[in-house]
Write a protein that binds this ligand. Structure first.
Ligand code: FES
Length: 68
């Protein structure tokens, strides 16, 4: 399972992508992983993306629920 997102990113823009699936702003990280890690002995971290040019990217993660 999982969800796929297509996002438009601008040159020199940095964004944080969620890897844990807890974010309310998928595909972006909203730091919900910090509280989840604290209570579940996990070590999720966001994925940092820094674009060298304007790009549209397609990303997916098996931790993202399809109905989020
Ligand atoms: S909320 Fe999922 S990695 Fe930050």
């Amino acid at each position: 399972m999982g969800r796929t997102s297509i996002i438009q990113l601008k040159k020199n823009m940095k964004c944080s992508i969620c890897s844990c699936g807890m974010s309310k702003k998928l595909p972006y990280c909203d730091n919900a992983h910090r509280d989840y890690n604290k209570h579940n002995n996990t070590n999720y971290k966001s994925i940092k993306v820094y674009l060298l040019d304007d790009e549209k990217i397609k990303i997916s993660c098996s931790n993202w629920n399809e109905d989020e």
